[in-house]
Design a binder for this molecule. Structure first.
Ligand code: ADP
Ligand code: MG
Ligand code: ZN
Length: 590
């Protein structure tokens, strides 16, 4: 049933301007918002929601998702309800709307009673309803205030509730990276207000999350519109992370002081403790950095943010708490000191640089040991391990364009042709600086590793991945080594092979709790096979010079951010998608 209805919606051309509302929408766009042209998928989204059809718009941050519910709101007679997770985001929008003379209100847990009463009068009184255009509400308020729900119902009965917009709609899904428990109450909206169209907007494009959101909101099979996700101005690279901490700090401080001299950026790391350590080490090396994490006090955090906005500090060293709502156009680099816990998180985090459309870089520091920092934390989460392994796949991927990995993971269709040499693999390939290492048959290595594990097990010893690699390369306790010579390969390649075997389940992690933490041991995996196993080694090497990369970028992308590169148009043809809840789509790893 969903499929039939959905296919019909998806095959419609929503970019027409011959709807009853089209003229009015154009007029308001220009006179109220002072905008001349729609960006990708804005017009389509507006037409769908004005047709009273449920829709989810997936579009990158900063591309104007709010307009898709604000413009309909001021064009129609009644009230648009907007649910959003962050008060600061709502306050910004409110401020912007009021400056344009649009009447908008905000209702949160801390709104004073006078304002609450005024808002309820708007909703309850038929004559007043047309005076309020947008009502912003926190999900907490929705969940906890019966009085609000009753007022909304009155408004609905008078046919003055026009639309429900849910900003950052991925917060509904426990599978997303920002799950908000109070968002789950939004699941009742569809049955309370069956005639009211829901519009959800988000920058999270994972198919799995979108399907989950549709289920949560009771709008299964609704139309999903995708604006292009490729960020052509971002260069993606992975570099090898030294094993010695001091070497890592030196590497980071060199990046800040040389490669990113006078440029603004973010360093993401794993834990609060890591941010503090990194900051103190980098300060000792004369870098201008500050820490940002969830356990700082609110005013401390906003101080750090302000200083960074004013370029008084070069980089914020942050946990993922530094996220929603960052709006600095000239962020030139995002460094990942530790990989993210999923590709989705990673894409969101890297997406914070280069908002102004100019050249910017994402650099990730990878080493084998970091996998277990992530996996021991996430293996208890739904899909936690699968997400972590996708991220590892990005790091050790040897043959594909980095963008290719994103496009396989997300819903969009683009290929390495859209990369424009803006990732380490494509840029190296193009200039053949280094020859691609050959695909290697790693079957015998795998057998050796299994024998080492078996041998240790005979002595009642469990091996962590690092101990396993040590024994393989004849380091560490002699009794763990086999009586064959160590492999004739670089240790770095050896570590890559172990990571590859783990993420493909030829080897598996075996998690054990101690009083203080969780340890990952390595055991034989469920996919253990007699077949031959091939591996394409990754070629993690130095980054090209920024100036070279900037030249490459500027030569091929002398367009502004608002224009879509033509190459993109031809590849991203499937912008209107329908996600049906099938088991196939749930296995969307690669
Ligand atoms: P998002 O929610 O997608 O991150 P916002 O809705 O906050 O983005 O919009 C970001 C900025 O883009 C705002 O300043 C908005 O006014 C502007 N904007 C929106 N649509 C357009 C457009 N068609 N042309 C120019 N600017 C636009
Ligand atoms: Mg937004
Ligand atoms: Zn590439």
């Amino acid at each position: 049933k969903y499929l039939e209805q959905s296919n019909h919606l998806a095959s419609n051309d929503w970019s027409q301007e011959n709807y009853p509302w089209s003229n009015k929408i154009r007029e308001n766009l220009q006179s109220v918002f002072k905008i001349q042209t729609f960006r990708s998928q804005q017009l389509e989204t507006i037409n769908v929601t004005m047709s009273k059809i449920d829709v989810i718009l997936v579009a990158p941050t900063g591309c104007g998702k709010s307009l898709c519910f604000q413009l309909p709101a001021i064009t129609e007679a009644g009230v648009t309800l907007v649910v959003s997770p962050l008060i600061s985001l709502m306050e910004d929008q409110l401020h912007g709307l009021r400056k344009k003379g649009i009447s908008a209100e905000l209702l949160s847990m801390s709104t004073d009673s006078e304002t609450v009463n005024r808002i309820h009068r708007f909703l309850n009184d038929a004559d007043l309803s047309n005076k309020l255009k947008l009502l912003y509400v926190t999900p907490e308020r929705m969940a906890k205030s019966k009085r609000l729900m009753s007022a909304l119902q009155k408004c609905y009965q008078k046919e003055m509730l026009e639309r429900i917009a849910i900003d950052e709609v991925h917060c509904c899904s426990i599978l997303g990276h920002d799950f908000r428990p109070d968002y789950k109450y939004l699941g009742t909206l569809k049955s309370l207000f069956p005639k009211i169209p829901i519009i959800g907007v988000t920058a999270t494009a994972s198919r799995r999350v979108i399907i989950d959101v549709q289920k949560m909101l009771n709008i299964r099979g609704c139309l999903v519109l995708n604006a292009p996700f490729n960020r052509p101005n971002l260069f993606y690279g992975v570099i090898e992370k030294p094993n010695e901490n001091d070497a890592v700090y030196d590497l980071l401080s060199n990046l800040l002081k040389i490669r990113y001299k006078n440029k603004s950026g973010i360093i993401y790391t794993f834990s609060i403790k890591d941010t503090e350590t990194l900051v103190s080490e980098l300060l000792q090396r004369d870098c201008k950095v500050r820490a940002y994490h969830a356990s700082l006090e609110a005013n401390q955090r906003s101080k750090v943010y302000q200083k960074w906005m004013m370029n008084e500090i070069q980089a914020v060293v942050a946990t993922i708490a530094f996220g929603l709502g960052i709006d600095k156009p000239d962020v030139r680099f995002v460094i990942h000191h530790v990989m993210s816990k999923s590709i989705e998180n990673f894409y969101q985090e890297t997406g914070r640089c280069g908002r102004d459309g100019k050249y910017a870089e994402s650099v990730l520091l990878y080493k084998l040991g970091d996998i277990f920092k992530i996996s021991t934390m996430t293996f208890v989460e739904t899909n936690g391990l699968q997400n972590a392994y996708s991220m590892v796949g990005y790091c050790i991927n040897g043959k594909n364009c980095r963008r290719d990995i994103f496009s396989k993971f997300f819903t969009e269709v683009w290929s390495d042709k859209n990369c424009g040499k803006m990732c380490d693999h494509c840029s190296f390939n193009s200039r053949s600086r280094k020859i691609m290492p050959p695909v290697t048959n790693i079957t015998s290595h795998y057998r050796t590793l299994l024998r080492i594990i078996e041998n240790a097990r005979g002595m009642d010893i469990k091996l962590t991945a690092l101990k396993l690699v040590d024994a393989w390369f004849h380091k560490g306790p002699t009794k763990l080594r086999l009586e064959i010579s160590p492999p004739a390969i670089d240790r770095n390649l050896g570590e890559q092979i172990v990571a590859f075997l783990i993420i493909n389940h030829f080897l598996e992690e075996d998690f054990h709790y101690t009083a203080y933490n969780t340890i990952s041991y390595i055991k034989k995996g469920s996919k253990s096979t007699q077949d031959e196993i091939d591996y394409q080694p990754s070629r993690i090497c130095e980054l090209p010079l920024v100036t070279e990369l900037e030249d490459i970028f500027n030569a091929s992308h002398s367009r502004s951010y608002d224009e879509e590169p033509e190459s993109h148009l031809s590849h991203a043809t499937k912008k209107q998608r329908i996600f049906i809840d099938d088991t196939d789509s749930l296995n969307d790893s690669f």
